[in-house]
Design a protein around this ligand. Sequence first.
Ligand SMILES: Cc1ncc(COP(=O)(O)O)c(C=O)c1O
Length: 450
Amino acid sequence: MLDLKSLGALSAALQKLDAGFQRLPEFSTQVSGAERLQEVLVATAEKLQDNFPYFHPLYAGQMLKPPHPVARLAYALAMYINPNNHALDGGRATSALEKEAVAEIAAMFGWKEFLGHLCGGGTMANLEALWVAGKVHPGKKILANEQAHYTHKRISGVLQLDFETVRCDERGRMDPEALENRLNKGDVGTVVATLGTTATGSVDPLAEILALRDRYGFRIHVDAAYGGYFTLASNLAAAAKQSFANIDKADSIVIDPHKHGLQPYGCGCVLFRDQGVGKLYKHESPYTYFCSAELHLGEISLECSRPGAAAAALWATQQLLPLTVGGEFAMGLAAGREAALQLFKKLEGDERFAPAFEPELDIVVFLPREASKERASAQSRKIFTAAAKRDLHLAVAELPQRFWSDTDFAAGDSAETITCLRSVLMKPEHLEWLDPIWDRLLQAHSDSLI
Ligand SMILES: Cc1ncc(COP(=O)(O)O)c(C=O)c1O
């Protein structure tokens, strides 16, 4: 984790930044408490030790990926200015960086013309997309996969829009037949297609949803907060590949640079295909927008103050690792997916485990093979704890038991769930660490039987 060399790069960049303001008269900064700064910082470090080692390849649990060093450093560099991307008055340079970086993300999805910006994260981005959806189709319902992120229901509640779920298939993808049955009843304004569900990385069948849009006329919002960057990956299976290939036909897209885009938290992104939705944001702000007649990002976003530092970090990362098919960034995503496929194959070939289904992205869900659902759930929790004691950090999830079609307990009520193990292999390093991960998993399985 320790990367002292990069602090040298920050120092050089800070000198460059400082040089841009040299004509200002000297002044002495009043930093209260400066004499205890180091002591307090070290105390903060001590507090921060109480974390799981998210940066290490043996952390293979939740969706947590360390930011790229250039993102950390560019963020820290920008903090010396602390720009606010709400208005050009508060963040001129970083607003320009945001517009550039967001245009690169839109281009990754095949959009040259669009409206979009950064925001606090996936929840905020989806809130904005569904807010627009509600304005375009007032009083109509929002539908999403029953495996969609839980915040869609909550957001719909906040926006006072009716929300309903659509049944998923045995692989966690929205079932187009169930969607059509619901569409036949009418009153649907927007369908949320999740390209990369949070629990299993399942990819909703976008091409089929688009075909239904042609017949039933509704808005499509793609929640690709997690999966969006897999648009660039070279090793997706046919179904997922087809969904990502159709993403440009959606009405809006959400993607989280703070998930797979190597950014610190506080970096989501929402994009709209129709720039005309910009008029929905129209508001009076008598105390901002003075310095320029150019577009201020606050004029097209729900949030007011936003960190310009997030835009600086994203821009710098994309300079270093452009969003191109076959590029270094894309290869990192493909490595995580390959790690997930290899883990799936190991689990499939081992009589001690039952993986649910082949991963579509880089998330694997699996059970210890047990005679009953209750025992499999209990053993999952025990393995989770035993693995953590061996420094292997997994996650647990509560998922429909019908995801395990080859077990005795697969049948039963479709609402019934089982506690399983879940591993998000989102770091490129996971591929070369697969053997140590597997060894520890087997040891944890043995420990759980004691
Ligand atoms: C598919 C999906 N949508 C939305 C979200 C919410 O994003 P955030 O946690 O950035 O608010 C998540 C988070 O995991 C997600 O996986």
